[in-house]
Design a protein around this ligand. Structure first.
Ligand code: GDP
Ligand code: MG
Length: 163
């Protein structure tokens, strides 16, 4: 069985861009519209000889009780349940949001291997900008730029090493 890596995080942080980078496909829908990927979406990734499955998800709203956000939350929980390791993606430029805190607390309670990925970090040399994210209580902050491919290999390597 190939390990399964789930990408979770609030809408618009760059999960689908990261998915495309990891799977080198154009399959996941990437758009400037928040939360466009409403469903789970699977792709194949490879790091050297190690193959893995990547699961993209819609934006996560853990407390949503109705409608499309409820469905997205359900899909995300299922994706997380299936995963061997979770990449929790946050937006390095936007900083921490209340939603990020909610997702972090959900993931901490879950106790599954989870890496915190600060995306959109291209051109950010200031460690201070990322220091805030340690507040989420998920350990090391992995700075990446999915759009530019920076840090992506090293974060997937770290993720696969946790399994
Ligand atoms: P998702 O909703 O989390 O799946 O986010 P998307 O992958 O659809 O990306 C949302 C927006 O962020 C799009 O406009 C992307 O082009 C942009 N984006 C994604 N990755 C990066 C990145 O590494 N740097 C920058 N600056 N923008 C990014
Ligand atoms: Mg998406």
């Amino acid at each position: 069985m190939k390990p399964v890596v789930a990408l979770v995080g609030r809408p618009n942080v760059g999960k689908s861009t990261l998915f495309n980078r990891l799977t080198k496909s154009r399959d996941a829908i990437v758009a400037d519209y928040a939360g466009l990927t409403r469903d789970r979406h699977y792709g194949q990734g490879r790091l050297g000889r190690r193959e893995f499955i990547v699961v993209d998800t819609g934006g996560f709203e853990p407390t949503a009780e109705t409608g499309i956000y409820h469905e997205m939350a359900k899909q995300t929980r299922q994706a997380v349940a299936e995963a061997d390791v979770v990449l929790f993606v946050v937006d390095a430029r936007a900083g921490i949001s209340a939603q990020d805190h909610e997702i972090a607390s959900y993931l901490r309670r879950l106790g599954k291997p989870c890496l915190l990925v600060a995306n959109k970090a291209e051109g950010m040399h200031d460690g201070l900008q990322l220091a805030d994210f340690y507040e989420l209580g998920l350990g090391e902050v992995h700075a990446v730029s999915a759009a530019h491919g920076q840090g992506v290999r090293s974060v997937i390597e770290a993720a696969l090493d946790q399994i």
